[in-house]
Write a new protein. Structure first.
Length: 276
């Protein structure tokens, strides 16, 4: 699944390649991709709108259309392609946007899990129904160590589950949760209520450092997620433990192990990362 850095890369690339383009028409080929409103209303309302600004919140893409906001979540394997309108497309393309400049923006999703929403513009992002259960973005100024402490210190969950909880911090997925746990020197199964206030300071600091580094490298290109816009991420070259089962730890040279935590495959170093 594309996580915060990959989505940020998509947003920046779309902004660079598309700019303030006008959507001339829209064609929905798989209705379930459109979560709100109906596919017919979605197409009717987006037609003629110009993309004025591109944003990201957590793992969501936001296209500012002036009076309306188009929001997209690519889920597991969603991708956007920019192609000529007369180029053929395969069965996994589910939404087509005809652009005024003759190109076509295509949404491709082999698993059909992605969702799109179109709302009238609102002042606060959490006023959009699709964000009602989404917490603060990892780079939101309101996300502080104190906020994290009060949100998590009494919960009976483990560290990795807390990092993956989108209702607390929006944007972290399996890749970066593994890397954050390693950077903290904490076992991913550490009980979150064992963390002290100063630990939450380090948690937020390391989270932002790792995500910023991944953004600089264009995200992580792995088997399950590769760019469709001509930009391949290089952060996979910087990963310390994720997807490195059986390899040597870059710090202690011990073997990196893999377990299941919060239903996710989890890689860690049993020497460098101790439970509390």
């Amino acid at each position: 699944m594309p996580e915060l850095p990959e989505v940020e890369t998509v947003v920046r690339t779309l902004e660079h390649q598309l700019g303030n383009v006008t959507i001339k028409d829209c064609h929905v080929l798989w209705d379930n991709i459109i979560a709100y409103p109906t596919p017919q209303t979605f197409c009717a309302q987006i037609k003629g709108k110009t993309i004025q600004h591109y944003e990201r919140y957590g793992k969501y893409l936001l296209f500012d259309l002036g009076s309306m906001m188009w929001i997209a979540h690519m889920r597991m394997e969603g991708k956007f392609y920019i192609q000529k309108s007369d180029e053929p497309y395969d069965k996994h393309v589910h939404v087509l946007f005809d652009l005024q400049d003759g190109r076509q923006l295509r949404y491709h999703d082999t698993r059909k899990f992605g969702k799109m929403y179109l709302y009238e513009k609102r002042k606060d992002i959490h006023q959009y129904p699709c964000f009602q259960n989404i917490g603060l973005d990892a780079f939101d100024e309101r996300l502080t160590p104190t906020y994290l402490y009060h949100a998590l210190h009494k919960r009976k969950i483990v560290l990795k589950a807390a990092l993956l909880d989108q209702s607390v911090i929006a944007g972290i997925g399996n890749i970066y949760a593994d890397e954050i746990c390693f950077a903290l020197g904490m076992h991913p199964e550490t009980k979150i209520y064992h963390l002290r206030k100063k630990d939450f300071e380090r948690l937020l600091q390391e989270t932002r450092r790792i995500l910023q580094g991944a953004i600089r490298y264009g995200g992580t290109t792995i088997r399950s997620y590769t760019s469709s816009l001509g930009v391949d991420g290089r952060f996979q070259l910087k990963l310390k433990v994720h997807a490195k089962k059986g390899e040597k730890c870059p710090v202690c040279q011990g073997e990196i192990k893999k377990i299941t935590v919060a239903t996710r495959g989890t890689c860690y170093c049993s020497t460098c990362q101790r439970k509390r």
